[in-house]
Design a protein around this ligand. Structure first.
Ligand SMILES: CC(C)(COP(=O)(O)OP(=O)(O)OC[C@H]1O[C@@H](n2cnc3c(N)ncnc32)[C@H](O)[C@@H]1OP(=O)(O)O)[C@@H](O)C(=O)NCCC(=O)NCCS
Length: 167
């Protein structure tokens, strides 16, 4: 398994992941392709996020790829927190493709992402999940997450907030 950055080379695999995902909003949202007429335009918009242009804080984005070059998971690392991220979004967002869940991949992906966070000098990582997302909470706990509180969004959604310290 390895982490790779989105590029034109991964276009078909990325589309295949989204096809398997179905109609729900893709997680992380930076990996959403709808609304972009071409993959090149998607990559251009992603680059604006990476550089922290406009409304975005600087970020890094990776696919988790297996030995047969299939994208198994996706992850976003936000390098700093704005008000929305501090309460709701957190530093990191991830997903695993439906057919590859419950095999330990998300726990592995977050572990690898925390190594990148160390390189980015993010010492305290905030990771959040919906109150009913038992799988995601376990992934965070598996990686040393310490729960701080439950945040209630304006829409009444309950968000569990965890911190992972990196030494
Ligand atoms: C949440 C998600 C990333 C988990 O991915 P995964 O690869 O299945 O996670 P893991 O295999 O590493 O599982 C970690 C633990 O959670 C458990 N788990 C995973 N999914 C679960 C579920 N739906 N219900 C209960 N437990 C679950 C696993 O059994 C494992 O338990 P263990 O540590 O006791 O062995 C995946 O379900 C997903 O992509 N969901 C949609 C997107 C999402 O919710 N992203 C997180 C946003 S905060």
């Amino acid at each position: 398994m390895r982490l790779v950055k989105p590029s034109l080379e991964w276009k078909e695999q990325h589309e295949n992941y989204i096809e398997e995902w179905g109609h729900e909003r893709i997680v992380p949202s930076s990996m959403e392709l709808s609304g972009f007429p071409t993959y090149e335009e998607y990559l251009k918009a992603l680059d604006e996020r990476i550089q922290g242009k406009g409304q975005w804080v600087p970020s890094s984005h990776y696919f988790l790829v297996n030995d047969v070059n299939q994208i198994v998971g996706m992850i976003d690392i936000r390098h700093e927190l704005n008000e929305y991220l501090r309460t709701i979004g957190g530093h990191i967002g991830y997903s695993i493709r439906p057919s590859e869940r419950k095999k330990g991949y998300a726990s592995y992906l977050l572990k690898e992402a925390l190594i990148i966070c160390k390189e980015l000098n993010i010492k305290q990582n905030l990771i959040t999940c919906n109150e009913d997302n038992i799988g995601s909470a376990k992934v965070i706990l598996n990686n040393g997450g310490i729960e701080e509180d439950l945040f209630i969004t304006e829409e009444g959604l309950l968000k569990r907030r965890f911190w992972i310290a990196i030494n």
